[in-house]
Ligand binder design. Structure first.
Ligand code: AHM
Ligand code: MG
Length: 342
C-alpha cells in the first residue's frame, strides 16, 4: 500500500531547523519567512504577466485607472516592503537601487541582518514566458545595532553569508535555500498557497552533460573559455562528450537545471566587460553558497567566488558554477590558456 508522505511546509521546516543555530532567537527564521511571503505575491503577479494587454500595459494604466508597475519594480517593492515590515533587516542592497536602502528605527531597531537581492533576475524573459527568478543573500551586519547600517555591512566575502537562496518562477514555482547545513527545495502548491518541501537535501551531480554559456559572445571570450568550449564539443565516450549546450539566458533557470541534472554555467569576462556581467553580491555569492552546500563548485575562473572581497555593492565578477568536476576542468583551461587577474 502506498503510504502518504507528510507534507512539510516552508514555515514548519524553518521552525524545525531553528535549533541548528546556536545563537538563533528566531530572527533568521522570520527573515526567511518574510522572503517566502513576498515570493508568493511576486509569483502571483508573474503568473499574470501574459494578461498585461487585458489589465493594462506595464508602465501604463490598468482598468482601475492605476499605474501598472513593471514587474521588476513590483518585485523590488514587494521584497523591500516585506523586509521592512518583518523587522529583522536593517539594510538592503538591491539590483534595482543604486544605493543601499536603510531600514531604521521602529520594529527594525535591533535588526541584525542585511540582505543583498536581485528581485527579478532575467526580467528580459518575462515578455516571452520564460522562467525568471529572485536571488538573495543574508549577512549579519558588522556595525553595531546602535548605528545606522552602512555600505560596509555588505562588504563581506561570501563565506560569511548566513543564508542564501533563490526562487524560480517556472513551470512550477520553487524556493531553494541554504543556511549552511545543506540545501532544501520547496515547491509552491497553488491550491494551498504554501511552499512544500519537495527536494530535501539537494545535491548537484559531480558531473553532467550540459554546458551553458552565451556563445554569441564567443569572439570576445578569453582563450581559456574558448578552449574549454571546444573540449565540451569534442567526442569522447569515457567522459560522456560531446556535452549538450543549453542556454536560457535566465541565470536562475540555467542554474536550477544544472543543480538538478548536472552541468556547468559560465559567464566569463569578455573584451567588452572585463569583469563579466553578473553581480558578486546578489547573483554570484548566493548561488555559490548553494552550489558548495550541494557539493558543487563556484569560481571566477581562478579563485573561489566565496572568498572574493567585495568593495562595491554592484561589483561584477566572472562566474563558473555547477558540477564540481566540470568547474574544475574549466579552471584547468583558464590556468593553461588565460592569465586572469583574480
Ligand atoms: P539581469 O540581472 O539584468 O536580468 O541580467 C542577468 C541575466 C542573467 O539572468 C542571465 O544569465 C544573463 O543576464 C544573460 O545575459 P546575456 O544576455 O548577456 O547572455
Ligand atoms: Mg540579475
Amino acid at each position: 500500500m502506498n503510504e502518504k508522505k507528510r507534507v512539510i511546509t516552508l514555515g514548519q521546516f524553518i521552525i524545525e531547523r531553528q535549533a541548528d543555530f546556536p545563537y538563533a532567537k528566531g530572527e533568521l527564521s522570520r527573515l526567511l519567512r518574510d522572503i517566502g511571503i513576498a515570493a508568493k505575491i511576486v509569483n502571483r503577479e508573474v503568473n499574470k504577466a501574459g494578461l498585461v494587454d487585458i489589465i493594462g500595459d506595464m508602465g501604463g494604466i490598468n482598468v482601475q485607472g492605476e499605474k501598472v508597475k513593471k514587474l521588476d519594480v513590483f518585485a523590488n517593492d514587494q521584497f523591500i516592503s516585506a523586509l521592512r515590515s518583518g523587522g529583522e533587516c536593517c539594510g538592503i542592497a538591491s539590483e534595482e537601487n543604486e544605493e543601499i536602502i536603510l531600514i531604521e528605527g521602529g520594529i527594525s531597531q535591533d535588526a541584525k541582518y542585511v540582505i543583498a537581492i536581485d528581485p527579478l533576475d532575467g526580467s528580459s524573459n518575462i515578455d516571452v514566458n520564460v522562467s525568471i527568478g529572485t536571488i538573495f543573500s543574508i549577512y549579519r551586519r558588522n556595525s553595531s545595532t546602535n548605528d545606522i547600517c552602512n555600505t560596509n555591512d555588505f562588504m563581506q566575502p561570501g563565506t560569511l553569508q548566513v543564508a542564501a537562496g533563490y526562487i524560480i518562477y517556472g513551470s512550477s514555482t520553487m524556493l531553494v535555500y541554504t543556511t549552511g547545513k545543506g540545501v532544501n527545495g520547496f515547491t509552491l502548491d497553488p491550491s494551498i498557497g504554501e511552499f512544500c518541501l519537495s527536494h530535501p537535501d539537494m545535491k548537484i551531480p559531480a558531473s553532467g552533460k550540459v554546458y551553458s554559456i552565451n556563445e554569441g559572445n564567443y569572439v570576445h571570450f578569453p582563450d581559456g573559455v574558448k578552449q574549454y568550449i571546444k573540449y565540451c564539443q569534442v567526442e569522447d565516450k569515457d567522459t560522456n562528450r560531446p556535452y549538450t549546450s543549453r542556454y536560457i539566458g535566465s541565470l536562475v533557470a540555467d542554474f536550477h537545471r544544472n543543480m538538478i541534472k548536472g552541468g556547468i554555467y559560465i559567464y566569463p569576462s569578455t573584451a567588452k566587460s572585463p569583469n563579466g556581467k553578473l553581480r558578486l553580491l546578489y547573483e554570484c555569492n548566493p548561488l555559490a553558497f548553494i552550489t558548495e552546500q550541494a557539493g558543487g563548485k563556484a569560481s571566477n575562473g581562478k579563485s573561489r567566488i566565496l572568498q572574493l572581497q567585495p568593495d562595491e555593492i554592484h561589483q561584477r565578477s566572472p562566474l563558473f558554477i555547477g558540477s564540481f568536476e566540470m568547474v574544475e576542468k574549466a579552471e584547468e583551461f583558464m590556468l593553461k590558456y588565460s592569465q586572469i587577474e583574480a
